[in-house]
Design a protein around this ligand. Sequence first.
Ligand SMILES: Nc1nc2c(ncn2[C@@H]2O[C@H](COP(=O)(O)OP(=O)(O)OP(=O)(O)O)[C@@H](O)[C@H]2O)c(=O)[nH]1
Ligand SMILES: [Mg+2]
Length: 287
Amino acid sequence: MASFADIVEALMTPSIPLVLVGILVILGAPVLLHLILASSSTYTVPPVVVVVGPENAGKTALATLLERGTRPALTHTSQVTHSVELNASTDSASKQSFRNHDDTTGTHTKFLLVDTPGHAKLRNVAMGRLGRAEKLRAVVFMVDASALGEQDTLAPTAAYLYDVLLHLQKKAAGDKAKAKAPVPLLVAANKTDLFTALPATMVKSHLEAELSRIRASKSKGLLDSGVGIDDVGSEDQDSWLGEYGSAKFVFDQMREFGIEVEVVGGSVMADEADVDKWWWWMAQRVS
Ligand SMILES: Nc1nc2c(ncn2[C@@H]2O[C@H](COP(=O)(O)OP(=O)(O)OP(=O)(O)O)[C@@H](O)[C@H]2O)c(=O)[nH]1
Ligand SMILES: [Mg+2]
């Protein structure tokens, strides 16, 4: 029987096996810790919904409304992205309402809603966030439906939407190879409480007309140079939004890439916030 003193002495005496065990413990501990943390559910990345759109559309108002579950916060121009953690459900009693904070029925999925700055000078921040989101499940493109009747608002709004749709279209092509699902887009036509607000159908047709114009002007230089549409390289084809060579752009053309686009009206600031249709659209895509 080895006495306590013998064991201590053996441990204190340098020997090859002892050094090996020591190295194993020192190198193995961090690896073990990583494996434990990575497998625990708190460490997994939640699905992400990114809210983009021009400045003053109501993105931050929406994010704060959903986060609080009651009323939106007073906002000011955003300069950075801001994430809120939300819980959506497709089988609970209040699944179709964003006022679900006290709902204990059904199963809820945690997801991140990312609010981005809309200012033209900060677009790269928003687009960067879009490109980085690991588990991007949906994009909400928010517009001010009360201002879209004016060309001054429509033109820059559509130009931004063009960039976002083209990004999703290119991403869908890349994701197909990795067997990842394409990311759908919701055009949230906000501020329908205001009397100048266009109905969703008009928001849709106005945007489609303006997107057609943008696409035509982008391809004009190319077609004017005398190359027929069939001679155009595949690189140009890749940066053509929607159905290649079509005269008019409609959102349905995005289906060719598996991307569904919907235009739905609502209001964050109405006396009784009208955002449940947007909420339900998101809930179905993150669950
Ligand atoms: N009438 C009305 N006003 C709204 C609605 N939603 C937002 N607003 C107002 O619109 C203004 C802009 O809202 P924000 O949420 O700051 O807009 P944003 O899209 O975050 O703007 P940026 O951060 O600059 O990109 C605020 O004064 C809101 O109170 C709405 O549904 N109806
Ligand atoms: Mg904002």
